[in-house]
Design a protein. Structure first.
Length: 124
């Protein structure tokens, strides 16, 4: 019986058997607890409500003022608890390029030992 040929994993670039990469699946299991919930119905509803509110308040444009359409929602300051995950005051409606820039800047700040900026409503 012929054996199946190996393939190169698109994430880790290792030679792996067909199907899921055992190396990448293993590292996904070690993600912090903030990743464990994934997308929930509650999050999808809150995300859509934020985008709808942004459409009413800002014409659906990115909150960074770049003039592009906001189609993604960013957690300013990240989140580590359920309360922070669903906190309306931490959410920002952003376009994909601004969301990527904001996420990268936030993760770099955390890696350097700083606390990410949460915004003017941090005390709310």
């Amino acid at each position: 019986m012929p054996s199946q040929t190996k393939r190169i994993c698109s994430r880790c670039r290792r030679s792996v058997p067909p199907g899921r990469c055992p190396h990448c699946d293993e590292s996904w299991a070690r993600k912090p607890t903030s990743w464990s919930g994934g997308s929930t119905r509650r999050w999808r509803r809150l995300r859509q409500a934020k985008l709808d509110a942004n459409l009413d308040d800002n014409g659906g444009l990115c909150e960074h003022g770049c003039g592009r359409l906001a189609v993604e929602v960013h957690h300013a300051g990240g989140f580590t608890t359920e309360a922070e995950r669903y906190d309306w005051h931490r959410l920002r409606a952003l376009c994909p390029p601004c969301h990527a820039d904001e996420t990268m800047a936030q993760s770099q700040m955390v890696r350097q030992g700083g606390r990410p900026w949460i915004g003017p409503c941090a005390a709310c």
